[in-house]
Design a protein around this ligand. Structure first.
Ligand code: UDX
Length: 436
């Protein structure tokens, strides 16, 4: 069995590395030559825990990288499409990459006898596989779906920072398609990797596409819900959202995950997918009132952090503020839609003097702010002479800080958006989101 993976971004490279490390013959295709040379050297183009080792293991076995889609269309039995579907400035999803990939696959299909199954892993709005990808493939290949090639939708649920674990042991596999033979083959492929006990949802392509949006929108809803509860807790002296979340999370109808209140969700998926579903729903004539409220709640959460800072500092102008954590979540160097970036922009507008620290995301942040802020490569340096430290990303090392680390601050004022220091005996003015 030969597997092709087109698009070696987060999802594609993680999947290719895990399959390769398990001994599958994998050809990864990536159009960015710079990325290709890095991957060939065994260096992932982004930070992801355990990926470097997995990639090295895969490279020693049968994982190969190319820029040529023809190669996978000629040789592979299964071709996973994992190209990006980013958000455009107007909020709509940008399908250009998936369109051009489908058209290239189609052209190569027209010249081969191979009958691969094309498996769409990229997140696309419901109907895209049927109404856009299928016609492009058929037009360019002059072949019929289910006869000249197979077509399946197979959304991905891996999380950044946990990509290796999630790819090795996903909680679910969703397979959407119309032709039974392709569904059977893809199901067998996954059963070989994950065993037969893994929950599998077999459905049509539209429902598979919808599952992904519903999943991410529900996760976003849970976070906005608990953030709103946290803000209410904050106005009631002595109340702690951690205990509220723990208690309601024990109700099996609610579940204990995604109930960590904080500065709001970020990243390349939750904000984008919610926005896309809102657009899609509105276009379909359904006013997505709840989804809009989730989005609005998330956008307002950064203002909560700013107001905590303003209330404590009174005047923000000229104050030295340290931001601890830039990536949208711990164990990642990704700053896309990171709330830290929004906070820095808000504080710069108020003429604060900003120093930032992050274990992995400083280089990415430099591209955004250049010399408008100061970059500290140690927490010690970041805190020296600071008048306010704001903990944004719950990196483990921040949770280990003690009074000794904060001793060099000019004013020992700590704003903790993740409640890392609740119960610690801090010799500082301390404000935490969700604690009244
Ligand atoms: C998400 C989905 O979880 C994953 O299934 C999908 O494939 C891609 O999108 P990811 O973007 O990697 O994954 O991060 P996730 O762990 O979902 O966190 C997203 C954001 O929510 C982060 O900013 C995180 O800090 C925040 N978050 C998460 C909270 O504020 N509270 C929580 O309880 C959980």
């Amino acid at each position: 069995m030969k597997v092709g993976i087109i698009g070696l971004g987060f999802v594609g490279l993680s999947f290719a590395s895990v399959l390769g490390s398990k001994g599958y013959y994998v050809i990864g295709v990536e159009s960015d030559r710079n990325k290709v040379s890095k991957i060939i050297r065994g260096e992932p183009p982004f930070y992801e825990s355990k990926l470097t080792n997995t990639l090295k293991m895969a490279s020693k076995k049968l994982f190969r990288v190319s820029t040529d889609i023809k190669l996978v269309v000629n040789q592979c039995d299964l071709i996973f499409v994992t190209v990006g579907t980013p958000q455009m400035k107007d909020g709509n999803i940008d399908l250009n990459m998936i369109k051009s990939t489908a058209s290239e696959i189609g052209k190569s299909l027209s010249k081969t006898k191979n009958k691969p199954i094309i498996i769409i892993k990229s997140t696309v709005v419901p109907g895209t596989t049927q109404n856009l990808i299928k016609p492009i493939l058929e037009k360019n290949s002059k072949k019929i779906t289910g006869v000249g090639f197979g077509l399946i939708t197979n959304p991905e649920f891996l999380r950044e920072g946990k990509a290796m674990d999630d790819t090795r042991k996903p909680h679910i596999v969703v397979i959407g398609g119309d032709d039974k033979n392709s569904i059977k083959k893809v199901k067998e492929f996954y059963c070989n990797i994950y065993g037969t006990k893994i929950p599998m949802i077999i459905t049509n392509t539209q429902t598979a596409e919808m599952i992904k949006y519903a999943n991410n929108s529900f996760l976003a809803t849970k976070i906005s819900f608990i953030n709103q509860i946290a803000n209410i807790c904050q106005s009631v002296a002595g109340t702690n959202v951690e205990n509220v979340a723990r208690a309601i999370g024990l109700d099996p109808r609610i579940g204990n995950q995604f109930l960590k209140a904080g500065p709001g969700y970020g990243g390349s998926c939750l904000p984008k997918d919610l926005q896309t579903l809102i657009r899609f729903s509105s276009k379909s004539g359904i006013d997505p009132l709840l989804l809009k409220a989730v989005q609005k709640t998330n956008a307002s959460q950064v203002r909560m952090v700013v107001s905590l800072i303003e209330r404590s500092l009174v005047k923000v102008k000229g104050k030295k503020i340290t931001i601890l954590g830039l990536s949208f979540k711990e164990d990642s160097d990704d700053i896309r839609e990171s709330v830290s970036i929004k906070l820095i922009n808000a504080l710069l507008k108020r003429n604060a003097v900003i120093t930032v620290h992050d274990p992995k995301a400083i280089e990415n942040t430099k591209e955004t702010f250049e010399n408008r802020i100061r970059y500290a490569y140690s927490i010690k340096d970041a805190l020296r002479h600071s008048q306010c430290a704001v903990i944004m990303t719950p990196w483990k090392e921040y949770g280990r800080l003690t009074n000794n680390d904060f001793r060099t601050m000019k004013r020992k004022l700590i704003i903790d958006t993740r409640r890392l220091f609740i119960g610690h005996n801090l010799n500082a003015e301390y404000h935490a989101i969700g604690v009244g």
